[in-house]
Ligand binder design. Structure first.
Ligand code: HPA
Length: 259
């Protein structure tokens, strides 16, 4: 089976029930082994990776991002669609809306930053003018299911977690130009680009950021909103996958020539 597309499932997305011929595969990488599923949807070979594990046992700051992205590259993946539960920084962006983020601001503190480190590695400064693949974002936008609120752009702020933010942090992030906040987007998008993979995030707003609603924030609220919107997310992925038959026409694979 030719597998060129991967889906990384975030909070609440632990399985892709629409894939047929599903198999579990383990890929070894210099950063550790990665277990993922492969399968088919309308003739498109697809890999599926549950970012937090199938039982949500891996916290955002403990995810082996380097192993995950390296494993996808090893499999021959060209394009990665990632889902992410996010909090909203803006009242006009309510829970249930989907955002195809186009920029990020990095507030992580102690995660691997790059594949280019160690004695024998060159120093590499990768361009991030357009952090998310514009072609993938366009395919996703054109695949929105009816009745689904899908925003074409948004600024994703990534925190270290695993705690939720304080209301002061939420106000700060909004003032800085952020639209949504999550804990897993970095370094995933960075490592994907370093490897020349096309990468796009579908962010599902599961809650208002701390202080924007009168209730304390719980992981349960995040999960419930994710479940309530699972059908939209599934339809969006199903509508998009068949469009990914050809090779990418964007510049993502040229990010680091020679890799
Ligand atoms: N903050 C950070 N990460 C999140 C949130 C949030 O409010 N909701 C879902 N993931």
């Amino acid at each position: 089976m030719d597998i060129k597309v991967a889906i990384i499932g975030g909070t609440g997305v632990y399985d892709l029930d629409f894939l047929s011929e599903k198999k579990t595969t383990t890929v070894s990488t210099p950063f550790g082994a990665v277990s993922l599923q492969t399968g088919l949807y309308q003739g498109i070979g697809t890999a599926f990776l549950a970012r937090h594990g199938h039982d949500h046992s891996v916290a955002p700051h403990r995810i082996n991002y380097q192993a995950n992205l390296w494993a996808l590259k090893t499999l021959g993946i060209q394009r990665v669609l990632a889902t992410a539960a996010v909090g909203s920084l803006r009242r006009e962006l309510p829970p249930g809306h989907l955002v195809l983020v186009d920029q990020f601001i990095d507030f992580t503190k102690q995660r691997p930053l790059t594949f280019f480190e160690g004695q024998d590695s060159p120093v590499v400064h990768t361009d991030f003018t357009e952090p998310y693949c514009p072609e993938l974002r366009r395919y996703l936008l054109e695949s929105a299911p009816a009745g689904c609120w899908l925003h074409n752009r948004g600024v994703y702020v990534c925190t270290e977690g695993p705690r939720f933010e304080t209301p002061a942090e939420i106000r700060l992030f909004a003032q800085l130009g952020g639209d949504v906040v999550g804990m897993t987007g970095i370094p995933e998008v960075v490592l994907a680009r370093e490897l020349g993979l096309c990468y796009a995030t579908i962010a599902l707003v599961t809650n208002y950021g701390a202080g924007l609603s009168s209730q304390p924030l719980t992981h349960q609220e995040v999960l419930e909103c994710q479940q309530a919107n699972a059908n939209n997310l599934r339809s969006l992925l199903q509508n998009t996958l068949p469009r990914l038959k050809g090779n990418p026409g964007c510049q993502c694979r040229k990010a680091n020539p020679g890799l």
